[in-house]
Design a protein around this ligand. Structure first.
Ligand code: ZN
Length: 466
C-alpha cells in the first residue's frame, strides 16, 4: 500500500490521536503547567512504545525529553528526528474561537494551541514511521528526540546533551519545526539565526512623582528610556553598539543566488502583516536582512500609567525588553556585552541603569547547500506536489539545533510545513490537514530514500549528484 493510501485509510484514527496529543496544556514557560507537560511527555513515550520503539523519558534539570529508538537493519543509516511537545502560552484567551486545548477540525484545519508548532509537525513524522513499519518498508534505524522546553530556551536539554552523546549518534538529523515560504512551495531551511536577550531598567525617584509639583524638574525614566533605546539605531538602520557586527560572516554569492529562488514579495508581506517591510539596515533587500543580517528589536516597554483616563505622574522607573537575532560569525556573548556596554555608556547619569535579566539563545548557522543530506531532502521535496522546492535562509532561531548538530557532528536537514497563517504564537493556532499529510509524505519518502541509499558502513550516499 502506498504512503498516500495508508494515510487516507487511517485518516480519522490519526486525527483522533492527534487531538489527544493537543489536549495536554503543555505550556513549558508556566510552572503551573508542569504536570501537564509531564503528562504529555508520558503520553508520547507510551505512543512510541505502541509503535514499536523502545522509549524512555530523559530527565533534565527542568522538563524531560522523550526519547525513542527503533533499530534498523544491520549497516543501515540511523535517522534522528527532533521535535518539541511544549507549546506557547495561550493569552489572550478571549480571542480564541474555541478553547485552545479542546481541538476541533474546522474548514480542513486542526484548531488548537500546538496544532502547528510543533505537535502537528512531530506527530506526522511519527505517523510516517508507523505507516512504513506496518508496510514493512522501513530500512533505516530511527531515533526520536522530543523535548519539552523549546519555547523557553531548551535549558534542560542543552545542559544534558553532552551526557547523552553515547546513545544519540546518528547519520542524518531531521528537523520539521520550520515553515514553508509564503507561496507554499516545499522549503528547505538552510540557515537559522542565533539570539541574545536582555531586560534593561532605568530607575528615577523613589516613587512616582506628581507632575504638577515635579514636572520640568525631576528626570523622567520613561522619556530617558525612549531616548536611550533610540541611540541603539544608527542613521543607516544598523545597530549602533560598538563591536556588535564583529566576526560576521558574509553569505557567499551562491547562497545569495539560491535565496532568490524564494523571492521576498514586499506587497504580499504588507498585505499579510499590515506594515511595509522597511525596518532595519538600509542597503540590503528584505530577504537578505532576514536571512543574512543580524537584527535588534525592542520587544516591550513598561513604564508609568497607561490605563483609562488621566494620571498626572512622572514614573519612578521604566523597563524595556530587547532581543537581537545573530548570524554566523557573531559570538552571542560578545554581542550581548556590546549591547550592555552601549546602554551603560548612553544612559543618563541621574538615572540608575540595571540589566535585570540577560541570556544567550544560541549561535546563528548556515548549512552547506551542496551537502548530500540537502540533496536527498530536495529530491523528496521536489516530488511532493506541483511546486518545486526552494531554499530559505530563515530569520528564526531554534536554540538547541546548533548544539545538537555540533554534538552529532552532522548538519541538520530542516524542512517543515508550517506557515505564517497557522498563527503559531497567537490565538487560534491551527494547522491544515493537507499540510499535515504533506509533512507525513515528506518524512515517509525521505526515510525510504535514505533506506535505499544507505551503504554498508552506515553512512549515506547521495541519490543525486550534488
Ligand atoms: Zn517550534
Amino acid at each position: 500500500m502506498s504512503l498516500e493510501d495508508w494515510f487516507d485509510r487511517e485518516r480519522d484514527r490519526i486525527l483522533e490521536q492527534w487531538k489527544v496529543l493537543l489536549s495536554f496544556p503543555s505550556v513549558s514557560t508556566d510552572p503551573a503547567h508542569r504536570q501537564d507537560c509531564l503528562d504529555c511527555a508520558g503520553w508520547l513515550a507510551d505512543h512510541l512504545e505502541k509503535l514499536g520503539f523502545r522509549s524512555r523519558l530523559l530527565e533534565t534539570s527542568r522538563l524531560p525529553v522523550v526519547f525513542g529508538e527503533l533499530e534498523g537493519p544491520p549497516g543501515a543509516p540511523v535517522v534522528l528526528l527532533y521535535g518539541h511537545y511544549d507549546v506557547q502560552p495561550v493569552d489572550p484567551l478571549v480571542e480564541w474561537t474555541h478553547p485552545p486545548f479542546s481541538p476541533v477540525v474546522e474548514d480542513g484545519r486542526m484548531l488548537a494551541r500546538g496544532a502547528a508548532d510543533n505537535k502537528g509537525q512531530h506527530f506526522y513524522f511519527l505517523k510516517a514511521i508507523e505507516a512504513l513499519l506496518e508496510e514493512d518498508n522501513l530500512r533505516v534505524g530511527v531515533k526520536v528526540l522530543i523535548e519539552g522546553e523549546e519555547e523557553c530556551g531548551s535549558v534542560g536539554m542543552t545542559g544534558s546533551l553532552e551526557s547523552w552523546k553515547d546513545f544519540l549518534g546518528a547519520d542524518v538529523f531531521v528537523v520539521t519545526d520550520t515553515n514553508t515560504v509564503s507561496s507554499g512551495a516545499p522549503t528547505l531551511v538552510m540557515g537559522l539565526r542565533g539570539l541574545v536577550h536582555l531586560t534593561v531598567e532605568l530607575a528615577g525617584a523613589r516613587h512616582d512623582l506628581h507632575s504638577g509639583n515635579h514636572g520640568g524638574v525631576a528626570p523622567n525614566p520613561a522619556e530617558a528610556m525612549a531616548q536611550l533605546l533610540a541611540t541603539l539605531r544608527a542613521p543607516d538602520g544598523s545597530v549602533a553598539a560598538e563591536g556588535f557586527y564583529d566576526g560576521l560572516e558574509e553569505p557567499t554569492e551562491k547562497e545569495k543566488a539560491l535565496s532568490k529562488l524564494a523571492p521576498f514579495d514586499e506587497s504580499a508581506y504588507a498585505e499579510r502583516t499590515g506594515v511595509p517591510p522597511v525596518a532595519g539596515e538600509r542597503g540590503f533587500p528584505p530577504d537578505e536582512r532576514v536571512g543574512f543580517r543580524p537584527s535588534l528589536d525592542v520587544n516591550g516597554i513598561l513604564s508609568g500609567y497607561a490605563g483609562a483616563g488621566v494620571k498626572t505622574i512622572i514614573p519612578a522607573r521604566a523597563t524595556a525588553k530587547l532581543t537581537a537575532r545573530l548570524v554566523p560569525g557573531q559570538d552571542p556573548a560578545r554581542c550581548l556585552d556590546s549591547l550592555i556596554a552601549h546602554l551603560r555608556k548612553n544612559a543618563p547619569d541621574e538615572l540608575g541603569l540595571r540589566i535585570t535579566e540577560q541570556g544567550l539563545g544560541g549561535e546563528g548557522f548556515r548549512l552547506d547547500p551542496d551537502s548530500e543530506a540537502a540533496a536527498a531532502a530536495r529530491e523528496v521535496l521536489d516530488g511532493l506536489g506541483d511546486k518545486n522546492s526552494v531554499m530559505l535562509w530563515d530569520g528564526a532561531t531554534i536554540p538547541v539545533i546548533s548544539a545538537l548538530a555540533a554534538l552529532l557532528g552532522i548538519e541538520p536537514v530542516l524542512a517543515g510545513f508550517g506557515s505564517d497563517e497557522d498563527r503559531a504564537q497567537a490565538p487560534n493556532e491551527s494547522f491544515p490537514i493537507k499540510r499535515f499529510r504533506a509533512g507525513y509524505l515528506y518524512v515517509g519518502r525521505l526515510l525510504q530514500s535514505l533506506g535505499e541509499h544507505g551503504d554498508p558502513d552506515g553512512s549515506v550516499t547521495s541519490p543525486t549528484p550534488a
